[in-house]
Design a protein around this ligand. Structure first.
Ligand code: ZN
Length: 151
């Protein structure tokens, strides 16, 4: 990745951290899940309104490090309007990006987190909001955890 692109991607993270998108409880939510990353102290709740199989609206709320909050904010912008299957596919791409640093061919804001792969402890921060969102989609009432063996 070129230096310019790295800088651009850092701007994406800083911007989401300064001005989080879709932050706060969603009054119309019909699915809610909470995620917890004890290794860093991050918390993230995801609220979404599922309309059939499509995510009509979603929001997050939480506290923690810049990576966890910026990632959750970006996640809400990526998942709006997506089906459950599309959301799972996006998460698979994002997980690849943060664990390998390899970015997909097309430029995506998700690639802003490619640098996370050099800080393995931060992968859990970056994926926390996504875990919560996927659990909310499954209608799983159990808290999301970043301590899954598959992680
Ligand atoms: Zn964190």
């Amino acid at each position: 990745m070129s230096a310019d692109l790295t800088e651009l991607y850092q701007q994406v993270i800083l911007d989401h951290n300064r001005r989080p998108r879709n932050r706060g409880r969603l009054p119309t939510a019909n699915r809610v899940a909470h995620g917890d990353n004890p290794s860093c102290g991050d918390q993230c709740s995801v609220y979404l309104r599922l309309d059939g199989d499509r995510i009509a609206e979603l929001s997050f709320d939480g506290s923690g490090c810049a990576i966890s909050q910026a990632s959750a904010s970006l996640m809400t912008t990526q998942l709006k309007g997506k089906t459950t299957a599309q959301a799972e596919e996006l998460y698979r791409q994002f997980h690849d990006i943060v664990t390998t640093g390899q970015t997909p061919g097309e430029i995506s804001d998700l690639a802003a987190f490619a640098g996370v792969h050099t800080f393995p402890a931060r992968i859990k921060c970056a994926t926390l909001g996504w875990h919560a969102a996927l659990n909310a989609l499954k209608g799983d009432a159990a808290p999301a955890t970043t301590e899954l063996p598959s992680d």
